[in-house]
Design a protein around this ligand. Structure first.
Ligand code: SF4
Length: 457
């Protein structure tokens, strides 16, 4: 419990207390699961791989498959080349994926294993037609978001190529580190707009696959390799979220000459409008009635219950792309984000959040990249808020300060539903408003005087 967190903060440069991020390979593994028939492989010790799988399994409540190079003392001293070589041969012989996506760990990075060379050396001994890609994911820099970005970039480096002389009308969408339900919602919007698209990675129907009574090591979802290969012929790449999607889009631009546009995750009415307008800009599609109705319903809801959240102070933390979009969204509801923090390093986070705040005329908010939850707690102690928005780890602060927590982001280990309901798009915004509003009203009902306990709110 965090009841003894002190209000006064000391200058800390080399100590993180209660991190607001997790390690790179987790993001890389999650991205790899978004390729159809792909087995993620962790080049390091069994312990790292177990932790990454466990963390993803707890969040998605589905078994997360991954193999490991299973380093022992010998590999730590002499390098993990033979482990990776033998491991890849075994994986294709026993588990038969179409593709293996290898990520490194702190250990193999510190040893300095050249995974690209090891893979090249191993390919002749693998069954024909099989693919191996890799991403360097040292966890002493960045976060799981960096790992997701690195693996998405690796998909482009290894797989994408430009076959045609002229670009076709397809658009690429890199959805960012979001829930499978969000990826499904982005595809639904694109389908409603009637455009041709290639989205990668796509974990929908992989980490939230249905229970069928029959074990399926590689569920039906995931972007097929042949589609990622074709992404080099598309006319544009929309990268949703600078931190998790930009590098993949820029790589595609560099490698295959596909222009890219980096926009916010479509969380909230403004960012969703921007996403749809960006799609229209390149495709000439028209907004169908169904999306117009959804938008209208969202705006109706925002107006109907604005009194519940107008002027309320919020603390938001989590992954940078999600937090940036959430900051804009809560402002659109009339709330004031007074503390905004991500554990992922990157000055771009501060710049983007500060820009959103200053355009809304909000001053003196605390904004920090590479921050931790102790710093967030101390901010809250010095400047209390009405609501906390972030992942499961916020529950300790919420309990200590008696403020409601709305769970958004990764990881959510103590609630269910996040992998089935979106937070992106107009539908996702409606769900978020319902969650925020319910959190406020539940607390009010618990604590208000008897004469204020109303049936109709
Ligand atoms: S050693 Fe590095 S890669 Fe392994 S679990 Fe720890 S932070 Fe992650």
């Amino acid at each position: 419990m965090l009841n003894y967190t002190k209000k006064d903060s000391a200058e800390r440069s080399a100590l993180v207390v209660n991190p607001a991020k997790t390690c790179q390979p987790i993001g890389a593994m999650y991205a790899a699961l978004g390729i159809h028939n792909c087995l993620p492989h962790s080049h390091g010790s069994q312990g790292c791989c177990s932790y990454h799988r466990m963390h993803l399994t707890r969040h998605y409540r589905d078994p997360i498959m991954s193999s490991t190079s299973s380093f022992t003392e010998g590999a730590c001293v002499f390098g993990g080349k033979s482990n990776l070589k033998k491991g890849l041969e075994n994986i294709f012989n026993i588990y038969n994926p179409d593709i293996v996506a290898v990520n490194s760990t702190c250990l193999s990075e510190t040893i300095g294993d050249d995974m690209g060379e090891i893979i090249k050396d191993t390919m002749p001994s693998l069954p024909e037609g099989k693919i191996v890609i890799h991403a360097n994911t040292p966890s002493y820099t960045g976060s799981h978001i960096t790992g997701f970005s690195n693996m998405t970039k690796a998909m482009v480096t290894y797989l994408a190529n430009a076959k045609a002389e002229t670009k076709n009308e397809t658009i690429n969408v890199i959805p960012g580190f979001v829930e499978p339900s969000d990826m499904k919602e982005i595809k639904r919007i694109l389908d409603l707009l009637g455009v041709k698209y290639i989205m990668f990675p796509d974990t929908s129907n992989v980490v939230n696959a249905p229970m069928t009574g029959r074990y399926q090591m590689y569920p039906d979802g995931g972007t097929p390799v042949k589609k990622i290969k074709k992404s080099g012929d598309s006319q544009i790449t929309l990268a949703l979220g600078e931190f998790s999607s930009k590098d993949g889009a820029y790589e595609l631009e560099k490698k295959c000459n596909v222009p890219s546009k980096v926009i916010k995750l479509p969380i909230g009415v403004k960012a969703t409008d921007n996403f749809i307008m960006s799609v229209l800009e390149y495709t000439g599609a028209e907004v169908p009635k169904e999306l117009e109705i959804e938008r209208g319903q969202l705006v109706d809801l925002m107006v109907d219950i604005h009194n519940h959240y107008h002027g309320k102070k919020a603390a938001i933390f989590g992954d940078p792309d999600t937090v940036i979009a959430l900051t804009e969204m809560v402002i659109s509801l009339g709330m004031i984000p007074v503390h905004v923090l991500t554990g992922t390093p990157g000055k771009a986070f501060d710049n983007k959040v500060n820009k959103i705040l200053s355009e809304a005329g909000i001053e003196n908010s605390n904004v920090q990249n590479a921050g931790d939850l102790m710093a967030l707690h101390q901010w809250i102690k010095n400047s209390p808020v009405d609501i906390l928005i972030g992942n499961t780890y916020g529950k300790y602060i919420a309990r200590a300060e008696n403020i409601p927590l709305v769970r958004v982001g990764f990881p959510i280990l103590d609630r269910v539903g996040h992998s089935y309901f979106p937070t992106v798009g107009y539908q996702g915004a409606i769900r978020l408003i319902e969650k925020i509003s319910t959190a406020f009203l539940d607390q009010y009902d618990r604590e208000c005087a008897e004469e204020d306990f109303e049936l109709v709110m």
